[in-house]
Design a protein around this ligand. Structure first.
Ligand code: RIB
Length: 304
């Protein structure tokens, strides 16, 4: 039985600023401190799966710069297999995250080396895909490479989980090859072409997307919780009430945890309940990857 995960996606060097409010146009806003953290949706999701105990491969590109050194070292430190991370001449990707005290996050990314990934990089990881139960994708690498990689993962027998984030056009054909599609409320609005503000709207939207693409759907709703549509049945899963410090990577923690839980044999709905516990722990510390829990931490925090 296969029990590994391959993540094909982004690695970013994150600069996280905790800001009291958004600056006005022309204003220079002083902030107390910055947190530097290994990030990128791909690497974050790989790290969470690995921290929970899944053998995980990361496929992607970083630059030949100090940020690239840092990202490879950090990913390795968390147990992820980095042999398919290629160093290239472009600068390492970057995330600039402005996190408000209220928990709202305004983020920008610099694509950099993430856009240097090629079909050859995906082909090089074929062995990993053949050993993996699940392949996880996001939209922080070129769309054409994602489409190629999704097709390859499917042919290699993987369950395909696409986190369609940040929201971008991707072919209908590729979306139909996905087994699980995960979006947050902003991304869901992009694909549904209508606002998602309540769990009822999310349930309706998830059902629509599920029928359209023939996939199971998860719509995460930040501090509200998430909605999962599994085999045409929707369930709302409320979030855990915690004292959130900073939410960068919370969605990635959720996705890495879903990957782990499915390998453990949980249904998708059960997997989402487990993942809700993981992301609740992640938001209680600053930074994405350092804050993500190990399996022992999850068991200790949520004993029942
Ligand atoms: O999901 C959070 C991540 O999105 C950050 O780590 C940032 O790098 C962006 O990729």
């Amino acid at each position: 039985m296969r029990s590994k995960i391959t993540v094909i996606g982004s690695l970013n060097y994150d600069v996280i600023l905790k800001i009291p409010r958004l600056p006005q146009c022309g204003e220079t806003l002083p902030v107390k401190s910055a947190v530097f953290s290994a990030g990128g949706k791909g690497a974050n999701q790989a790290v969470q799966a690995s921290k929970l105990g899944v053998e995980t491969y990361m496929v992607g590109c970083v630059g030949e710069d100090v940020q690239g050194d840092y990202l490879v070292k950090t990913t390795e430190k968390y147990g992820v297999n980095t042999k398919y991370i290629r160093r290239c001449s472009e600068s390492t990707g970057m995330g600039v995250v402005n996190a408000l005290e209220s928990g709202e996050v305004y983020a920008c990314i610099v694509r950099g080396a993430n856009f240097a990934i090629t079909r050859a990089d995906v082909d090089a990881a074929e062995e990993a895909l053949k050993e993996s139960e699940t392949a996880i994708f996001q939209l922080e690498i070129p769309g054409e490479i994602n489409e190629y990689a999704i097709d390859k993962a499917k042919k290699c027998g993987c369950r395909v989980l696409l986190n369609a984030a940040p929201a971008a056009e991707i072919s209908e054909e590729s979306l139909k090859k996905c087994d699980i599609l995960v979006v947050n409320e902003v991304e869901a609005a992009f694909y549904l072409k209508e606002k998602i503000e309540t769990s009822e709207q999310a349930e309706k939207g998830a059902l629509y997307l599920s029928e359209k693409y023939g996939a199971d759907i998860i719509i995460t709703l930040g501090s509200l919780g998430s909605v999962v549509c599994e085999d045409g049945k929707t369930t709302f899963i409320p979030s855990k009430k915690v004292n959130a410090v900073e939410s960068t990577g919370a969605g990635d923690s959720f996705i890495g945890a879903v990957g782990y839980a499915l390998i453990e044999g949980m249904s998708l709905t059960e997997a989402c309940k487990f993942a809700t516990c993981c992301s609740a722990i992640t938001v209680c510390k600053p930074g994405g990857q350092p804050a993500m829990p190990t399996l022992d931490e999850v068991k200790e925090t949520y004993k029942d």
